[in-house]
Design a protein around this ligand. Sequence first.
Ligand code: CTP
Length: 214
Amino acid sequence: MPNSKPTIIAITGASASGKSLFAHTIYEELVPEIGEHGISIIKEDAYYREQSHLSMEQRVLTNYDHPDAFEHTLLTEHLKQLVNKQPIKCPVYCYKTHTRTDEFIEIQPTPIVLVEGILLFSNPELRSQFDIKVYMDTPLDICLIRRIQRDTIERERTIESITQQYLTMVRPMYYQHIEPAKAYADVVITKGGKNRMAIELLKAKIRQLISKKQ
Ligand code: CTP
């Protein structure tokens, strides 16, 4: 990698707002041009706290939409390591057991690092690591439909548990911690993770950054 500092790009917004699709589309479309050594993705969800010391009943009660649910200090430390061109051992999280697995994924430093997650702007030190801050401003009713579809299929949740969690935690935490953080964003994206113009604009910016780093 050339000598210049890696660029860290944060993509945040409500749960199921399309952050992951947006980040992965940019990644998949740029890899053929800049290679797998040019860009990487980190999920904030990987930094949910280790809960193996709690029973399953206790784990279900955790508020996963509050900043305290995340080990943001570790994510901050890892981003600093990547900026210093050191590899990191990223935890692997399991939504079915509500805790981390024993596995780690080694992520090598790349000139562009995409980070996606719901509460990336909630911690000042973490927030200060980002060179570009993107907010996905997808209407909450669309997010809720997507969340129900995803959580029933991919996370093996019942409609009752999804509704209960949504009303008591997801929705209130969105208004308390996520929506106000939009003010920190450099770019606000409407129309969700498939917004083609937004994808092209960010890809163009990344290409420009890469060409300057060479
Ligand atoms: N969550 C959960 N159970 C856990 C851990 C997290 O239900 N054990 C939920 C939290 O309630 C939180 C959500 O996971 O709202 C965070 O993931 P989300 O942002 O929805 O996932 P992404 O795939 O990154 O979202 P997007 O659809 O925007 O790509």
